[in-house]
Structure formats: C-alpha cells, structure tokens
Design a protein around this ligand. Sequence first.
Ligand code: BTN
Length: 239
Amino acid sequence: MISWRIRKLEVSPSTNDTAKAAAESGEAEGLVIWALQQTQGRGRRGRVWESPQGNLYTSLLLRPSGETQNIGLYAFVTALAVADAVRDFLPQAEITLKWPNDVLVDGKKISGVLLEASSDWLVVGVGVNVMNSPSKSLYPCTSLHEQGAGQPVLDKVLDALLSHFAHWYDVMQTRGFGSIREPWLARAKTGSVTVVLPQETIAGTFQGIDLQGCLRLRLADGTERAIATGDVFFEPRVE
Ligand code: BTN
C-alpha cells in the first residue's frame, strides 16, 4: 500500500503546480501537497477553481506502473476515493458519481479532480468543498457543511481521502481497471444527459463507461457513441 508524506502549505498558487514541480525534481511517489488556500486554483479545461480558506485543496504525486497508457482511468480511482471520504462525513447522504470524475451529493457537485501527467509521473489534484461552495459554477454545487457535516476538520478530510485513495489505487495497480469500473458503475448517476463537447452539444442516455473509460451514450436514433472528453449535465445547464 502506498505511504503518504504530507507537505502542508498556508498558500500555493495551485497545489497541482507545486506537486508537478516536485515530480520534475525527482520526488518519489506518495508526496501530498496540501494548501489551505490557492491563488490560482485550476479546474478542468482551464477553468478557475475558486480556492478560499475552508475547503480542501490537495495534489497527490504518483508514479503508477501497469496501465499507465491510459492515465485518464485514474479519474475513476479518484472519484471512488473522494466518494468514500465524503461518505465518512455524510453517512446518510445520497452520493453518486458523474462521468468522468465528479462526486455528487444530493445531485450537486461537491468536489473536483484535475489529473496532469507526464511519461513518468501523475499528479492527482483534488478539491473538496468542505465549508464553501463556489459562487460561480457550471453545475449546481454543494459542500460538506451545507449537507449537514458541521465544520469538518480539514486534516480529517484529507486523512479520509488519502486512506481511501490508497485502497483504490492498490486495487487499480493489482487488479486493473475492471475492478474499478464495476464499483464506479454501481454508484454512477444514470438517466438522460446533455453532453457539451468542444464542437457540439448532444443529448442522450447514459449507458455506462467502456474499458477505456469513455462515456457510452445512447442517442435518440438508437445508436451509441463513445465520448472521451466532455461536460455532462443531468439538470438544465447553469450559465
Ligand atoms: C474541476 O474542474 O472539477 C477540477 C477542479 C480541481 C481542483 C483541484 S484543487 C487542488 C488542485 N489544484 C488545482 O489547481 N486544481 C486541483
């Protein structure tokens, strides 16, 4: 099982950038960058990730072996770990997963994951809304606090995340993506979705994910399409 070395910072521009610099300077797997605040927090597709004090901002440095040809599969590993950590604080909540790596509580996004990789490292950046939800977001959002978890101590949230991540990372490394895909699918939010792609927006029904981690979408004409990247909306889109 991976063992973690936590480096805590009052502030980082982006914990992913701090972790990437450490990776490039040869740090071993298991480094955890944790910042109380980010000044240039980044989301997927170059979006801003609001990063005030009160939420969790962390990046894990990994050097995975095996199925590294598809680093994107670690999105699902991470989503399972975040979902389990959220469950520790909200045992009664309805927690679902939205492709590729969002964790929803009561249908609202509570976390974000940003994967960045080179040929010999993977940085898994995780933001969890602990005390605050972002003021601007593409999706309806929530936080552990809003969902009734009180005022969770950030290092407990980080501990939960790291311990669940270590488990799912071990499953991925020892048993492969098939053993991640099944539990991910069991928790996936299903139904009709709108998928916003760089060039088009399409509607369809969620059919699961394939062995490459692509979203399988059933279109109105009955055909199926595999989607590698896009933004998925279950609810009417928030602009
Ligand atoms: C998303 O768009 O949903 C992904 C958001 C990822 C945010 C986290 S916070 C820790 C790490 N550092 C960053 O700058 N981004 C990620």
